[in-house]
Design a protein around this ligand. Structure first.
Ligand code: PAF
Length: 283
């Protein structure tokens, strides 16, 4: 497995592979791999002849006071895990390679970047869209793989690809969970044992939402109320939002019908955790 740090070398490598008729897959990451990342690498490995994983902790998607400095990093372990997953190449640039002095051009996916997580993480999705646009230009892959744990991110990237005519297929892969349901996240490392236990209420609340909808409930407000009541029973968990939105538009869903995203964000100790479920609700 090769580790490439320069944009020029990375682009030439991918162009060569494409020129040889190979299908190229990209898995964008910020490193500190867990089973969720590995599942994306495996999906790419199954589909593509050449698999690139980008590993870059992107400063522009962190706001002031967020965890950029302490974001967990372990390059040696990541390299081992990527190699074991059959990855062909890691793109691991320095920040100054990605953001040269007087960097001025950003990509913004307007309203959708300002709801749900975007409502409190101002500029976060602008940073994500910008770095992913750059990665799509540096690594002109046929397919790019993202996890649905970050459903809003998937939405924003799909819309960027559609609106700006990027020639890449965005493949959304299912959330990978711990045995007790907690969604895998690099930030789970911040949780103390009692917080780790309390955090399981997040997925339990999403399952409750799924059960209520399966039982015929169609009023979003009632579902969200029950979820909030369940989460409120865990004093270590402070919700930032619990919302139901239309998966087509990311607009609020009053009545639940069609493809609906039920999403939440919560603070548990030092960690800000997100999770969601996508429901296909019959009318
Ligand atoms: O999901 C992530 O790890 C990041 O947001 C991404 C897509 C790699 C962009 O930095």
């Amino acid at each position: 497995m090769r580790i490439v740090t320069s944009i020029g070398e990375m682009r030439d490598t991918v162009r060569e592979r494409r020129g040889a008729g190979q299908l190229v897959g990209l898995v964008p990451t910020m490193g500190f791999f867990h089973a969720g990342h590995v599942s994306l690498m495996q999906a790419a490995r199954e589909d593509c002849a050449f698999v690139v994983v980008s590993l870059f902790v992107n400063p522009t998607q962190f706001g002031p006071g967020e965890d950029l400095a302490e974001y967990p990093r372990d390059l040696d372990r990541d390299v081992e895990m990527a190699e074991a997953a059959g990855v062909d190449c890691i793109f691991h640039p320095e920040a100054r390679e990605m953001y040269p002095e007087r960097f001025l051009a950003y990509v913004e996916v307007k309203e959708a970047g300002e709801v749900l997580c975007g409502a409190s993480r101002h500029g976060h999705f602008r940073g994500v869209a910008t770095v992913v646009a750059k990665l799509f230009n540096i690594i002109p892959a046929h397919r790019a793989y993202f996890g649905l744990k970050d459903a809003q991110q998937v939405w924003v990237i799909r819309r960027m690809v559609r609106d700006l005519d990027f020639d890449v297929e965005v493949v959304a892969c299912p959330t990978v969970r711990e045995e007790d349901g907690l969604a895998m996240s690099s930030r789970n490392i911040y949780l103390k044992p009692e917080e780790r236990k309390a955090a399981t209420v997040l997925y339990r609340s999403l399952r409750l939402a799924g059960d209520l909808v399966a039982g015929g409930e169609r009023h979003a407000a009632r579902v969200l109320e029950e979820m909030n009541a369940l989460i409120a029973g865990e004093p270590l968990v402070r919700t930032e939002y619990v919302e139901a939105v239309d998966w087509e538009t990311l607009g609020p869903a009053g009545m639940l019908r069609g493809e609906v995203l039920i999403a939440l964000a919560a603070r548990v100790g030092k960690a800000r955790l997100i999770d969601n479920i996508l429901l296909d609700v019959p009318a």
